[in-house]
Design a binder for this molecule. Structure first.
Ligand SMILES: *Cc1c(COP(=O)(O)O)cnc(C)c1O
Length: 364
């Protein structure tokens, strides 16, 4: 890296903040943003925190044509005593670099990336809402911006971080959703980009999502792209099933996104001595477990919802109701524990939480 300090240009005015109880997801943005440039031959440079603003970018910028981009999503939480804290942010920065590697985007310095997140949250900390279940969503992303229509890795990039105060995912309490198993479209295949957090995966998932929404389901359950047999993810979440006392989640096979919530759930279950297995799980096996009465709980996991219980699965004309369509006991316990740790209401035995504090001196 050429220049490793962050130049800060504070906004002269402050925007009015939305009411904490009226927040929706991803519509409002804070007063500042982080921006850093990459140029081949120079490296990452020109790191700055500036007033939130539109970008000026060439219409020939490669991002618009070939989609070479990656992103992350994490949250800052307001504790009872007013502190602001992040949940496992180092994991997001690591994963950003894994996605970068897959998309041939030059890696960022992970410590520096973390520091950029920390400084931006620190500056806009008044934007971290305090109503129950609310948080500040942080969206780091990298786009290719060389003005060139050739298909090759870009020689220029922008690393940007924006932030958005978000409302409680569960306004009326944690609630199970109905899911349709997707037989026609696939999200990803081994060897593709399923393992990377990149916009193209989302673009290609919209069609299936649109189809099931029309039929009254909130998300799709994705099957593997080769045999259409094995379960991969639910919507843009990882997925867990409790069968006969054992918790099972699809093993990371190259087409599944390695969720940080997924990892936290696994660690928590191990800590509680609940049997948890990462392996292949087929829809046929799930159906059989449902018929046998051993499919006890099912839920998705991700940063936005933390835990999203599945009350019904629709698969090949079968409507499988899980736990009478109610939130399972273990699902609820996991949800309460992870959110309890995030908001600082319960002890954090894993050291997951990182407090955002003003540092007097930063050395890079
Ligand atoms: C981001 C994401 C997840 C969840 O990851 P978390 O780190 O738990 O938020 C799961 N699946 C897909 C496809 C994702 O993009």
């Amino acid at each position: 890296m050429v220049d490793q300090s962050i130049r800060v240009e504070e906004s002269e005015s402050r925007k009015s903040k939305p009411n904490s109880n009226e927040l929706v997801f991803g519509r409002y943005f804070t007063d500042h943003m982080f921006v850093m440039d990459y140029t081949e031959g120079i490296g990452w440079h020109n790191a700055s925190i500036i007033p939130y603003q539109d970008l000026s970018i060439s219409p020939a910028a490669m991002i618009f044509h070939y989609g070479q981009s990656v992103f992350e999503g994490l949250k800052a939480f307001r504790t009872q005593n007013g502190d602001v804290q992040l949940f496992r942010p180092e994991k997001n920065v690591q994963r950003l670099n894994h996605s970068n590697a897959r998309l041939v985007i030059p890696p960022i310095d992970e410590q520096f990336g973390l520091e950029a997140i920390r400084q931006l949250v620190e500056l806009d900390k008044d934007w971290v809402p305090d109503a129950e279940g609310t948080s500040l969503y942080i969206r780091p992303f990298i786009i290719s911006n060389e003005p060139y229509l050739g298909v090759s890795p870009s020689s220029q990039y922008k690393f940007i971080i924006i932030m958005s105060p978000v409302g409680s995912y569960y306004k009326e309490g944690i609630n199970p959703v109905k899911i349709a198993v997707e037989n026609k479209y696939v999200r990803a295949v081994k060897g593709g980009t399923g393992e990377a957090k990149t916009g193209g995966n989302y673009a290609s998932s919209l069609k299936a999502q649109e189809m099931v929404e029309k039929e009254g389901y909130s998300q799709v359950l994705w099957l593997d792209g080769v045999e259409r047999k094995y379960i991969e993810e639910v919507g843009s979440m990882n997925v867990f099933f409790k069968i006969n006392g054992e918790v099972i989640t699809p093993a990371l096979n190259g087409s599944i996104l390695p969720g940080i919530t997924r990892d936290s759930v696994i660690q928590l279950l191990k800590h509680w001595d609940v049997p948890v297995t990462e392996r292949r799980v087929s829809m046929e096996e799930l159906y059989q477990a449902h018929q046998d009465g051993t499919l006890e709980e099912a839920f998705g996991s991700g940063t936005a919802a933390v835990i999203s219980p599945i009350g019904e699965l629709y698969w090949e004309d079968h409507h499988l109701t899980i736990n009478e369509g109610k939130t399972g006991e273990l699902s609820k316990k996991i949800y309460d524990t992870i959110t309890g740790i995030q908001y600082g209401n319960i002890e954090d035995p894993f050291n997951w939480v990182v407090k955002v504090e003003k540092k007097t001196k930063v050395n890079y």
